[in-house]
Design a protein around this ligand. Structure first.
Ligand SMILES: [Zn+2]
Length: 147
């Protein structure tokens, strides 16, 4: 059930993907107003303003904790912080440097950690307990930049 809810949440959040394509057809009134007001210059402004909230695509989300099997006994993250639930995530640092904020399932996480198996479109979310990390399982979710 929990996974289903998360998938549903992801689909709702994913409206950014859908909206980027059929927004004209879906909501002609609203988009007309915005585009008329913004004019041609909006394209350049978007470069900066839409960085936050930008849909980065579908990622494979896994969970981990600071136990021996998840983190090999490391108590601190790669960046030296104390990992916190609903805050700390592990990501591919080539894509998301330490400190990058990402929105996943309505929670803004901060990249503070890395993992040998966390590469590309993978995010490892920190949980306080191994049970929670296991319960979260592996699922797909839309990830958004949140700087
Ligand atoms: Zn663990």
């Amino acid at each position: 059930m929990r996974n289903l809810k998360k998938i549903l949440a992801g689909l709702i959040l994913c409206s950014c993907l859908l909206a980027s394509l059929p927004v004209y057809a879906a909501e002609p009134d609203q988009s007309d107003h915005e585009y008329v007001n913004a004019g041609p210059g909006v394209v350049q402004a978007e470069g900066e303003d839409t960085t936050s909230g930008m849909c980065l695509g579908t990622f494979t989300i896994t969970g981990y904790c600071n136990c021996e099997s998840c983190s090999g006994g490391h108590n601190l993250t790669y960046s030296g912080t104390v990992p916190k639930a609903n805050h700390t995530i592990s990501a591919d640092l080539n894509l998301f440097p330490i400190g990058t904020k990402l929105l996943i399932d309505g929670v803004v996480y901060t990249v503070e950690d890395m993992g040998s198996s966390v590469n590309g479109n993978k995010i490892d979310i920190y949980y306080d307990t191994h049970e929670e990390a296991l319960a979260a399982g592996t699922y797909s979710a839309q990830v958004f930049r949140w700087d």
